[in-house]
Design a protein around this ligand. Sequence first.
Ligand SMILES: *Cc1c(COP(=O)(O)O)cnc(C)c1O
Length: 449
Amino acid sequence: MTAKKIFLPENEMPSQWYNVGPDIPNGLQPPLDPATGQPMGPEKLSAIFPMAILEQEMTDQRWIDIPEEVRDIYKIWRPSPLIRADNLEKAIGTKARIYYKYEGVSPAGSHKPNSAVAQAYYNKEAGIKRLATETGAGQWGSALSFAAHKFGLECKVYMVRISYDQKPYRKSMMNTYGAEIVASPSEDTEFGRQMLKDNPNSNGSLGIAISEAVMDAASRDDTNYALGSVLNHVVLHQSIIGLEAKKQLAMIGAEPDVIIGCCGGGSNFGGIAAPFVADKLNGKNIRFVGVEPASCPTLTKGKLAYDFGDVAKVTPLLYMFTLGHDFMPPGIHAGGLRYHGMSPIVSALVRENIIEPISVHQLECFEAGRLFAQTEGIIPAPETCHAIRAAIIEATKDKNEPINILFNFSGHGMMDMVSYDKFYQGQLENYDYPAAEIAKSMANLPKVD
Ligand SMILES: *Cc1c(COP(=O)(O)O)cnc(C)c1O
């Protein structure tokens, strides 16, 4: 009998994270100071990040120890199971074997706490009392609220307006963990007030909420900023997903042929892919597929360039695929994955043709998510539906090919049922990338030479 679930014993949970940065051919470009166009050193960023995080952001070391305090909290849900989706395989009639790494077992219901706990820990160690952050769909906000509380830190969350209105239970979760939540744009920051004056009915965006949270952190000595994706240290923390999956596949003597993840800012996909990238560079035949929504096609229609991470231009310039920092993603898309930029690590792996990016439409994703729920039982988050859709595409290219597909099940959808309801009621539409909007936003990329 083949195993349905592969559990890693708790004492085999990895004790180090893996930094894929040094493996990337032609390397990563440094972040730039927008004021000077020169590489940005850690001093300037130390107003909003603790030094330990900045070291991780810029290190060339491949292996980084996971602090004991962080491992203790990880043990609440880690190691997460690796599960064979054999019922889904039967339903789509494929000989491919589909494995998923189930990150929905965490307190927030997604992979996000893997980095939230680490970030809260390093801030606590640095003597910080309060964290400010943004959240889109609410996953990161709930993860950081939980993690901050664990280390006795206050937490202030700027939640993108449209999600604030559409996902009231995410707010309740954050309240449960003791955080303070405000809809963004908000009256609590100078930039928020200005955005509200320009457009009182603004849906908000991750780019605006990031500006507010960074400004909050920069204005107070006791407060730092925490970002839930994109940056190198976040991908580093998420590498525990791939490290565990690798051990679990080894337990059943399997090796992945295709590794799949959905891409918002790139952290869950970067995390599952990272430990396998060196294998590919050493000659193993592994394909990496990064999946994004057709309505926010950063990797497939964006440009690799230096850009700001936010709307108010308060972040350093990052070298990444971008749709332009003032790109306003369409509010009609149900899922997360609505960020204009992409992790520099994932961007560089796409540049080197190690990751293949694809885009998919939201209706086919919800169809895939429903089929997954009906066969495997677990209801996926709308973001995760993108990865499932891609796994089905790969598994049905040649149904007789017994390849091993590994995808990251980034989170469950129990807090996203409003999106499913809209899907059932026919209120969701496919939405192609707004070419004119993107062109407009691209014209505002910062000039760097
Ligand atoms: C945040 C989130 C994503 C997208 O973020 P990445 O940084 O690209 O991983 C995907 N799935 C779920 C469930 C999320 O909460």
